[in-house]
Every structure is written in structure tokens, then in C-alpha cells.
Ligand binder design. Structure first.
Ligand SMILES: [Zn+2]
Length: 341
């Protein structure tokens, strides 16, 4: 199969995306730029080259360099939030995504429109493109460095917004200085309210953060989690408890966590029977898409299309949906037409 034919095949396979940030400010900037073609791009705010940093600091610099000083509060309208959500779903539909869980945690949007206002606008945007056939759900992201009190309030708002499609809570941000235990009470309330729990862990710090995410916070999914490879017993526990890793390979390469896609520990997880999914994380910031991620890891690790369908099936199984909807999604993924051989 040629490279182009392989990429076309991957694009056509029904897909599930579990780890995708709305990238609110980046998408708003893109939207507004398109509306005023000739607006000059102000780059004076770029104070440091992100590549001089590693890990979470590089992510922060990348995000800062991409948006700071460019987004006016006036862009944060319900109409614009609905528009960027509809656009994101349109992009997903173009690559045969059948279910997407979009996470949102931007403080500015929440402050300007209210948590509920943002989530309602996203749901409206999703509803406006329902005909595209992409299932949409929302995950509310709690940023660790904003502290346990803000987390508690945000989780309260999230649990009150299940009618807007909220199905889960995510913990992200500075793993090293804000361990999971700080958020155990707040996240416990989300769990009690029936929300799914996913935690960014084992990305910038070692396996301990994954152990505590799973055992202290009850996470059934872990964002990244790649440093679980350093701890065989943890791999056993992840497999035993059917915890799913939301791998985002390009993100890991761009943030300097692994030197290349070929060096990504994906095969170790597969060999160990740990449920793994592939995701795009911040597609605009990282210049990727879910199809590109899948095609790139398939090439780097010699996975055939059937193996890609297996990874997508794991994503369907781990979706924050009722059992029956998950089974239906799994059937859709498995219906992919894969040429023999
Ligand atoms: Zn992420």
C-alpha cells in the first residue's frame, strides 16, 4: 500500500477521540483572523523561544507564544464559542470521527461567560452540526495550579451542567508541584455525581502520579501516562483495572518527553496488554490531527490497519458514555473496511 493510500485508509476508518482540548484562545484567534483578513499579527509578546524549555514549561511557553496579547475579551462571546466548537466538530467529521470528548478549562472564558455559559455555548455549537454524525460530549478541565478551592467550585459547576453534555472531569497542569491528593475531595464529588475521571499524569513526572491518580482519584483514564513504562507493577495494575491511557504521541515529541515517535513507548503498552488510545491533544498548537497521529504511529511502529482498529476500539470502550452507547460505538469502529493482507 502506498503512503497516500495508507493515509486515506486511516482517515476513512471510524474514529473516537478522547483527549482533545478546545484550545479556546487559539481557535478564537483563528476565527477572528479569518473575519479580518488583513489584521497584522502582533508578535511583540513573544519573549522566549519555547524550544529552550522542556516539559510543562515548554507547553506553557508554546501556549503563551501562540496567543498572548492577541485575544481580546470581546471575542469571548457565546456565539464565538459555539462557532469554534462547531468548527472543531466539522474538522472531526472530515476525518471520520464518530465520537469526540472535548475538554475545556480556560479560565478567561469561564470568568467572562460563566462555566455554564461556556458549556451551553459549546453544546449549542455541537447541536448546530448534529447532522454531521459526530457524537459530542464535554469534559471540564481543572488546572492544578489554580488550587483545590477553585477546583472544588469548578467541579460543582461541571456536575450542574450534565444537561450540556458534560460527562467527565480532567485534571491537568503542573503535576510536579500539585499532586493528586490535593484534589481528592473535589474529584470525589465529581465521581459521586457519576462523572468520568481522567487525569493528566505520568507526563512531566514519574509513575507515582499515575498510581495516585488511579488509587486516590479513581481515574479510569490517564492523560499521557507514558512514564508508567518505568514501573512494571504499575503496568500490571493498569491492565488489571482496565485503566486506559490517552496517548498523545506528537505532543510528547514536541514537548521533549521522547526524542522521536519511534522512541515512543506505545509498543511496550501494547505488549503488556494495557489499554491505549491515540489522541491529538492540542491539534492547532501541535500542528496535528487524529488521523495524522494514527498514521504516524502506525508508520513509526509498523502497526497494520487492523492494529489501528484495535486502538480505536479501546477508545470506544473507554468513552465516558453509558455501556450500551459504548458498545454501539465499538461496533461502528469495528465496521471499518480493512483490505485483507
Ligand atoms: Zn492534554
Amino acid at each position: 500500500m502506498t503512503d497516500a493510500a495508507f493515509s486515506d485508509l486511516i482517515t476513512a476508518i471510524p474514529k473516537v477521540e478522547l483527549h482533545l482540548h478546545l484550545e479556546t484562545s487559539l481557535r478564537l484567534r483563528r476565527l477572528s483572523r479569518r473575519r479580518q483578513e488583513d489584521a497584522a499579527l502582533d508578535r511583540s509578546h513573544i519573549v522566549a523561544d519555547p524550544s529552550l524549555f522542556t516539559g510543562y514549561d515548554r507547553l506553557r511557553r508554546l501556549r503563551y507564544a501562540s496567543r498572548a496579547g492577541l485575544i481580546s475579551d470581546a471575542l469571548y462571546t457565546r456565539k464565538n464559542i459555539a462557532a469554534i466548537t462547531a468548527e472543531l466538530i466539522g474538522e472531526a467529521a472530515a476525518e471520520s470521527v464518530r465520537h469526540v470528548e472535548v475538554r475545556v478549562g480556560g479560565r478567561r472564558g469561564f470568568a467572562l461567560l460563566g462555566v455554564r455559559g461556556v458549556l451551553e455555548a459549546m453544546a449549542q455549537g455541537a447541536d448546530s452540526v448534529r447532522h454531521l454524525g459526530v457524537g459530542y460530549r464535554a469534559i471540564v478541565t481543572v488546572v492544578r495550579e489554580r488550587g483545590p478551592e477553585e477546583a472544588a467550585q469548578l467541579i460543582k459547576d461541571a456536575t450542574a451542567a450534565v444537561d450540556c453534555g458534560v460527562v467527565g472531569v480532567d485534571l491537568s497542569g503542573d503535576e510536579a508541584n500539585y499532586p493528586p491528593a490535593l484534589f481528592a475531595v473535589a474529584v470525589g464529588k465529581a465521581r459521586d455525581a457519576g462523572l468520568g475521571i481522567t487525569v493528566h499524569a505520568g507526563e512531566f513526572t514519574g509513575p507515582a502520579g499515575i498510581w495516585t491518580a488511579v488509587y486516590q482519584l479513581g481515574a479510569t483514564r490517564v492523560g499521557h501516562g507514558i512514564r508508567a513504562v518505568e514501573d512494571r507493577r504499575l503496568l500490571d495494575r493498569l491492565r488489571g483495572r482496565a485503566v486506559t491511557l490517552e496517548l498523545c504521541p506528537t505532543s510528547n515529541v514536541r514537548l521533549g518527553l521522547v526524542p522521536s515517535l519511534a522512541a515512543h513507548p506505545l509498543p511496550i503498552f501494547l505488549q503488556h496488554g494495557v489499554a491505549v488510545t491515540i489522541n491529538s491533544d492540542d491539534p492547532i498548537l501541535l500542528g496535528t490531527t487524529l488521523s495524522r497521529e494514527l498514521a504516524a504511529v502506525a508508520r513509526a511502529h509498523h502497526l497494520d490497519p487492523a492494529a489501528i482498529v484495535e486502538v480505536l476500539t479501546a477508545a470506544a470502550r473507554a468513552a465516558f458514555l453509558p455501556a450500551r452507547a459504548r458498545a454501539a460505538l465499538e461496533r461502528q469502529v469495528r465496521s471499518a473496511a480493512i483490505p485483507a493482507g
